[in-house]
Ligand binder design. Structure first.
Ligand SMILES: Nc1ncnc2c1ncn2[C@@H]1O[C@H](COP(=O)(O)OP(=O)(O)OP(=O)(O)O)[C@@H](O)[C@H]1O
Ligand SMILES: [Mg+2]
Length: 222
């Protein structure tokens, strides 16, 4: 189980001395293999919450528990290792490395774990094939369509068998058809890989498909 406990977060304002309070006392539970959606207006703190949930950013107050263990008690190095092993991220812009092939982008998160090359290459190929990209394995990101790039990003997020995938507007850059296809894939993969999904989205149609739906408003979760 991944849960936030009384998370608060503010940022220094660029143009005044006051701090911008983004999240106030957020407590949220994400169960294994569940799909949770988070909606909210632009600037409501959805990305901030997702980053904290995945240990990419530290809160001012509160903690995130992973199977009961507070993750922000770890130092930065331990936290990076924790993320690599347990959390997969998918962002609105794919963030693939342009000079590497689809295959290399997918197996990158496994390289730092010192696993044998043939094993990680097999897993990466399997994932790309599962995502319908077997003909695109050696393509670089610039040689892929937007929908294909995003599917490579999904494969990369799954590479290390994480318990949780955190997706920040993963379909924000896709047309209607590709959005639908990517969502269907994500839901299928949730079942196949027994992975929990947290989906940040503007789209209430997408949000409604989740098992649990939350809205961020005025720094609070409703
Ligand atoms: N590093 C930062 N420094 C200062 N302010 C920040 C920082 N990161 C975010 N903010 C502010 O915090 C608020 C929440 O930002 P966040 O990116 O979480 O919103 P969001 O809900 O994801 O919005 P969107 O739907 O547009 O992606 C915004 O007002 C933003 O300007
Ligand atoms: Mg955002």
């Amino acid at each position: 189980m991944l849960e936030t406990q009384h998370i608060s977060k503010s940022f220094a304002s660029v143009d005044s001395n006051e701090r911008i309070q983004v999240l106030t006392d957020i407590t949220l539970q994400v169960r294994p293999s569940s799909v949770t959606s988070i909606v909210g207006a632009s600037g409501s703190g959805k990305s901030t919450l997702l980053h904290i949930l995945g240990g990419l950013d530290r809160p001012d107050e509160g903690n995130v528990l992973y199977d009961g263990k507070p993750i922000f008690d770890m130092n930065d190095e331990q936290l990076a290792k924790f993320r690599n092993q347990n959390i997969g991220f998918i962002f609105q812009f794919h963030h693939l490395l342009p000079e590497f092939s689809a295959l290399e982008n997918v197996f990158m998160p496994a390289l730092i774990r010192n696993e044998p090359m043939d094993k990680i290459s097999d897993r990466a190929r399997q994932l790309l094939t599962r995502l319908g990209l077997e003909q695109r394995i050696d393509h670089r990101p610039s040689q892929l369509s937007g929908g294909e790039q995003q599917r490579v990003a999904v494969a990369r997020a799954l590479m290390n068998n994480p318990g949780y995938i955190l997706a920040d507007e993963p379909t924000g850059n896709l047309d209607k058809k590709n959005t639908q296809a990517l969502l269907e894939l994500l839901f299928e993969i949730r079942d196949e890989e027994q992975v929990a999904l947290v989906l940040v989205t503007h789209d209430s149609g997408i949000a409604d498909k989740a098992d649990h739906k939350f809205e961020l408003s005025d720094g609070k979760l409703v």
